[in-house]
Design a binder for this molecule. Structure first.
Ligand code: KG4
Ligand code: ZN
Length: 351
């Protein structure tokens, strides 16, 4: 018997996006996004060149209730028609996580609907099912501002972590490089735009760890190399900025594509029953077109299909939280109102 269709409200507030969404469907997807609203706080943080946790938490408090009301209205459903309420319970900036989770708890208490506490990373990880109905297992490259890891996604709550960054996340490296080049915040899109005009071979930035076994990566040295190059340049003109951005982006792309390719070989050997192996690329950095192109080529060479969710679902949003909540709820999983918010919450035991 096929499962009935479920309708979930999802809340996201773990970083600097306040988001609420209503999603309908059943595993394995694809699902219908009835509404998905994201209020970015970029303006509030731009002056500081990064996310300020206290400012973020206050902005979430100011926006969340209104956003929930608007998401329900845009979806054309009332709270009574919602099957369960999902919210990000971590990992993330704890003040922000608390706002979304407490709002979800209040709604659950007032309506008697079940609460589902969602790991933000699982939201990113399962987006390919919301958008494409991707069957388990699949290989996932998760690259965002706070995370950079390669996982085998075997089921909701079932992840095997192959490796990831040992220092900065890839998105963090983009943001820091943008800051060094005076390109503003958030850095990823700005660096990508500059890189289009630049020479990716002018600066030989490092690709650390790639000669070592395993799937770990490092981006801290790359950021330092960019800083030295900027300091050495007496008169950085627009050509220089574009060349740095292009060379930096090339290094990040090489690191991620090389490790992904090695991980696809691992996946083919360890998940032999996956008839049509898929590499899913998720997280904010997956918005980068150069990276997408390199990963697409790597996947093709390894006999994998590559799936990258549409841009609006790659960066932080609440539709992915509603969907991850839907998958957990469909599997019989709900959480008590005493559930805590967690600053750290690894997806897989080996993380
Ligand atoms: O997933 P996300 O929205 O938030 C986190 O959970 O971290 O990812 C945000 C990150 C930021 O570091 C941003 O600079 C990066 O994704 N990003 C990009 C691009 N668009 C966003 N990085 C490279 N190229 C892009 N086009
Ligand atoms: Zn994220």
């Amino acid at each position: 018997m096929t499962q009935p269709s479920l309708t979930l409200l999802g809340l996201e507030s773990s970083c600097d996006e306040t988001a609420a969404a209503v999603v309908r469907g059943r595993p394995p997807g694809p699902g219908a996004i009835l509404s998905s609203l994201v209020a970015s706080q970029d303006d509030a943080h731009a002056a500081y060149g990064g996310v300020v946790p206290e400012i973020a938490a206050r902005a979430h408090v100011e926006r969340m209730d209104l956003l929930v009301a608007r998401a329900l209205e845009a979806a054309g459903v009332n709270l009574g028609e919602i099957d369960a309420i999902a919210a990000t319970a971590g990992p993330g900036l704890i003040g922000g996580v608390l706002v979304g989770l407490m709002t979800a708890k209040a709604l659950a208490l007032a309506t008697g609907k079940p609460l589902v506490a969602v790991n933000h990373l699982e939201g990113h990880a399962l987006t390919a099912r919301l958008t494409h109905g991707c069957a388990f297992p699949y290989l996932l490259l998760l690259v965002s501002g706070g995370h950079c890891q390669i996982l085998s996604v075997d089921g909701p709550g079932a992840y095997e972590r192959l490796g990831g960054t040992i220092d900065d996340a890839a998105g963090e490296a983009f943001d820091k490089t943008a800051k060094l080049l005076g390109l503003g915040f958030p850095g990823g899109p700005a660096v990508e735009q500059e890189a289009r005009k630049g020479d990716p071979a002018r600066f030989a930035f490092p690709r650390p760890l790639l000669d070592r076994p395993g799937f770990d990566m490092s981006f801290a040295g790359l950021k330092t190399a960019v800083r030295y190059a900027v300091q050495r340049e007496a008169e950085p003109d627009s050509r220089f900025v574009a060349d740095i951005a292009a060379s930096f982006q090339q290094a990040v792309t090489d690191i991620l594509a090389t490790r992904s390719r090695q991980a696809m070989r691992w996946f083919a050997a360890h998940r032999p029953n996956a008839a049509h192996p898929v590499l899913v690329v998720a997280g904010g950095v997956a918005a980068n077109a150069a990276l997408r192109g390199a990963l697409e080529a790597a996947a093709g060479a390894e006999g994998f299909a590559m799936i990258a969710p549409p841009l609006a679902l790659c960066t932080d949003n609440a539709a992915m939280i509603a969907w991850a909540g839907l998958e957990r709820f469909a599997a019989g999983h709900t959480d008590p109102l005493g559930t805590i918010a967690r600053a750290r919450w690894p997806l897989a035991a080996r993380a």
